[in-house]
Each structure stands twice: as C-alpha cells, then as structure tokens.
Design a protein around this ligand. Structure first.
Ligand code: UDP
Length: 254
C-alpha cells in the first residue's frame, strides 16, 4: 500500500492510482469530521463499515442501471473505482426537513416535505460549502444545463432506490448527499455517481423510535457511532469481515 502512488487525500478517504488506466483505489479511513472539520475524531472501524455499506448501495445502483464509479470491493478498506472528473457540487436530496434546511427555513426536524427537494452546494471548504442555485452553477460554468438535468435525474433515482431499500429494513431516509463525476465513452460524456453512499452522508432514522443511525450521532454527540452504523449494516444483511457474520439477507423489520 505504501508504495502506491497517492492521487488525493480527503477528510475520510484516500485515492491511490489503480491497477489499470482509468481506475483508482478508494481507501476508507477512520477519520470523522463535522462542521467543516471544526470537530474531528478517529473512530475505529468506521472506514470498514462505510466501505461495506457503500459497496452494497453502489452495487445495487449499478444493478438497476444507475451508473456509479464503483467497480468492486478489494478488501476491508478499499474498493476499485472508475476515475472520473468530479463536478465541484454536492447534490443533496431531502425527503424530510432536518439539519441546515430546518435552520434556514425554520422547519421542524422530522417534518415530511411536500416532495423530494434537490439542492446544490458548491464544494469549497474555505467557504464552508455554500448553497448555490442553478443560476450560479451555469453563470460560473461549474456544470452545463445538460449536466444539471442529468444530476437531478440521477439524484432522484438514487433517492427512490435508497428510500425503498431503507424502508424495507425499518429505516426512514431523511436526506442524503451525493457527489457526481464526468466520464467519457469516446466523445460521449456521462454523469455518474461518485464518492461514497454511507451513513456518513445520509440521515437515517429508525422508523419507529426515530433513533439516529447516521453521522448526526457524531455531530451531535448522541452515542456510539459504530453501534449505529453496525445496526445499519446488520439490517441490510451485511457485516464487516472482522468477526461479523455475513447474514443471509436483509432482515425485515415489522
Ligand atoms: N452532507 C454531507 N456532507 C456535507 C454536507 C452535508 O454528507 O458536507 C449530508 C448530510 O449528512 C445530510 C445531508 O447532506 O444527510 C444534508 O445536510 P445538511 O445540509 O442538513 O447539513 P448539516 O446539517 O449536516 O450541516
């Protein structure tokens, strides 16, 4: 691992050169950050859980024809991915009011929204990832109108898939964030889902008790983050390799 060429190191993951051109290896660290990295911790085993959960979600998306960068998981902390050009926008989909939307618009957390709402945030740590409109995105040329249409369509398909998957295991999908990237098949450009989809970038509430099973456990000091993420992995029928037994399939919660 140490001799591989490091391509990029972010807050929670490292990208290394992949075995073939056009591929990268994505390594999941145990580092957790919140509030634009003002709050930091290392949480043993978080990377392993996110690698497994993200594998599960991305494989499911690939299987229903939602294109993602995911190729296959390599080991407990690494996955092989397609290299893409990351679009500098976070795409957030919300089904239920929470977090920054609740604050901005004075909505109570937990209030069902009239329909899923897609928002864009400009990826810039120095600015604290400000929310931006399509007007900003087009004027500053961060993405084209076609890219935007593709990103919204992709985000809504991911939302339907995730909401259904989690509903089946007794979890309410409040909101989530995805990153997208561009790949080229010859002259043809496509937008794909990149980065990770894990409890680090979703809000997941137990349907009955409203127990938080996501990164808010860390942000708001609500308890043991590993316990929460393990609960998500268990319900989805996946567990880390280190001692956890692989369950037969998803557990139905009545
Ligand atoms: N999110 C994320 N990374 C970010 C900002 C937000 O993964 O840098 C996710 C977050 O986990 C939540 C959704 O996007 O599922 C909406 O987050 P929100 O805007 O409410 O921000 P927050 O309250 O987390 O600051």
């Amino acid at each position: 691992m140490s001799r591989r060429r490091l391509v990029y190191e972010g807050k929670a993951k490292i990208l290394y050169e992949g075995p073939e051109p056009g591929t990268l290896i994505q390594y999941f660290k145990d580092d957790a950050t919140a509030y634009n990295a003002e709050k930091k911790a290392v949480i043993d085993g978080k990377g392993v859980l996110n690698n497994r959960i993200s594998e599960h979600v991305m494989s499911g998306l690939n299987a229903i024809g939602v294109p993602t960068h995911f190729i296959r998981r390599l080991n407990m902390r690494e996955q092989l991915i397609r290299a893409c050009e990351i679009i500098p926008l976070e795409v957030v989909v919300r089904n239920v009011a929470a977090g920054s939307m609740s604050k901005r618009l004075g909505l109570e957390e937990g209030e069902q929204l009239p329909r899923p709402i897609v928002e864009f945030y400009y990826k810039d740590d120095k600015l604290g990832d400000p929310i931006v409109s399509e007007e900003h995105i087009l004027a500053f040329n961060w993405a084209s109108q076609q890219d935007l249409d593709d990103m919204v369509a992709l985000a809504l398909r991911v939302n339907d898939f995730l909401a259904g998957m989690f509903m089946g295991v007794g979890i309410r999908l409040i909101d989530f964030k995805i990153e997208t990237g561009r790949i080229w098949d010859g002259d043809f450009q496509r937008i794909i889902v990149a980065d990770e989809i894990s409890p680090d970038c979703c809000r997941l509430w137990d349907t009955r008790s409203e127990r938080k099973l996501d990164k808010d456990v860390f942000r708001r000091d609500l308890g043991d983050l590993i316990e929460a993420y393990t609960e998500v992995a268990k319900r989805l029928g996946i567990m880390p390799e280190n001692g956890g037994k692989v369950l037969a399939g998803p557990k139905l919660v009545h």
